[in-house]
Design a protein around this ligand. Structure first.
Ligand code: ZN
Length: 381
């Protein structure tokens, strides 16, 4: 299967070093990006992009799946497929704590992470690549427990609440790192009954890789602690919709001032009490574009390539050899903007016109965003 996409307006790469490239066409084959500025002139499928902006498929850095396309938290079926219509082609689980009746013993936590990892890898809910299976850590866990889940393919560990024994907490981080696992830590106030708050000192002391919802999920740590996380650590800064947007703006501006945008990633922290938010990453991106001086093409990198790099994913960037996980987006009808980037710059989320996963067109006209001013024409020969 091959696809030729022509008549592109802008191409956002997902790479902060070169956020926009000037190519008018791309050629996709067998699910991969093969040529930027295509020399190939025929393909099984052609897409006339009518001047739309091509971006990597968006990555939601912070979701809470359980199994399949059902979330018990908001009793919603089909939530992943709905996010796909918001441009999301990959999602990263920050733990599966919403399982009804979730037991909290060590063996059950390991089993849950393993089962989520494997079931979500076997079948993509709604067509989305959901990276499921994040082990929720507790102070009873040993190196053998970390090794067990690592053997089953689990890639992430998460402190959902503080581990009081700091030496054990530091050991858990070290055991994960020895196995190239990513360690996340809940940042801020209590989000669920039974979850305790964390503070900046704990991050400095324990040394996880990612401050999950550094702008609160939903309650952020005090401002001086947020500043400490930005200025005194090199931890990844996860900004989410289901948090405090004034703090998200502060964090983004601090990171930009320090020339450290590559530490920032965007997500939703949903499904959660905040709800199911199919356009959540777009809305977070538009809010941050509208409220800061950071360029829209850079903000789109924070919703694609930087997240992919933090998690070792092969997707999220428009480069040859990468999976053809892509969106075509444009200015929504009725907007003063002439391009998707202008819409974002004004704080308006753009229209999603098409979404491709591994080169397959899964969305031709989003049912969730406004329609774009111009739309792509897809032809299968
Ligand atoms: Zn969360």
């Amino acid at each position: 299967m091959s696809t030729l996409v022509t008549n592109l307006g802008r191409v956002v790469t997902g790479r902060l070093e070169e956020p926009v490239i000037d190519v008018e066409s791309v050629y996709l084959e067998d699910g991969e990006i093969r040529e930027l500025g295509a020399t190939t002139t025929t393909a099984d499928e052609t897409i006339d992009a009518s001047g739309l902006t091509l971006t990597p498929g968006l990555i939601d850095s912070h979701v809470h799946p359980v199994f399949g396309d059902y979330t018990p938290r908001q009793r919603t079926l089909g939530w992943c497929e709905s996010y796909l219509h918001g441009g999301i082609t990959s999602m990263i689980s920050n733990g599966e704590p919403h399982l009804p009746g979730r037991p909290d013993d060590v063996e059950s936590a390991k089993s849950l992470a393993t089962l989520a990892r494997k079931s979500l890898a076997n079948e993509r809910p709604g067509g989305v690549k959901v990276r499921g299976g994040t082990l929720i850590l507790d102070g009873e866990m040993t190196e053998a427990d970390v090794e067990d889940v690592h053997q089953e393919g689990v890639e992430r560990l998460k402190f959902l609440m503080p581990v009081e024994d700091r030496e054990r907490a530091r050991n858990l981080v070290a055991w994960g790192h020895e196995r190239d696992m990513i360690v996340l830590m809940h940042c801020g106030g209590t989000s669920l009954p039974g979850v305790k708050s964390t503070d900046a000192e704990m991050f400095v002391d324990v040394g996880p890789d990612i401050a999950a919802h550094v702008n609160g999920g939903p309650t952020p740590v005090p401002d001086d602690e947020v500043a400490k996380l930005v200025t005194e650590t090199d931890i990844v800064l996860d900004l989410v919709l289901a948090g405090n947007q004034r703090v998200a703006v502060d964090v983004l501006e601090m990171a930009a001032d320090r020339d450290e945008l590559d530490r920032v990633q965007l997500g939703t922290d949903t499904p959660s009490g905040t709800g199911v938010t199919p356009l959540g990453v777009l809305l977070e991106a538009a809010t941050l574009c509208g409220m800061t001086e950071v360029a829209p093409e850079e903000i789109l990198c924070l919703a694609t390539g930087t997240t992919a790099r933090h998690h070792g994913l092969d997707t999220g960037r428009i480069e040859t050899g990468r999976p053809a996980d892509l969106t075509l987006m444009g200015p929504p009808k009725g907007s003063q903007a002439e391009t998707a980037l202008e819409a974002l710059d004004a704080g308006t989320y753009p229209a999603i016109d098409a979404v491709l996963v591994d080169g397959d067109v899964l969305v031709d006209g989003s049912r969730n965003t406004a329609p774009a001013k111009t739309t792509a024409t897809i032809d299968q020969s």
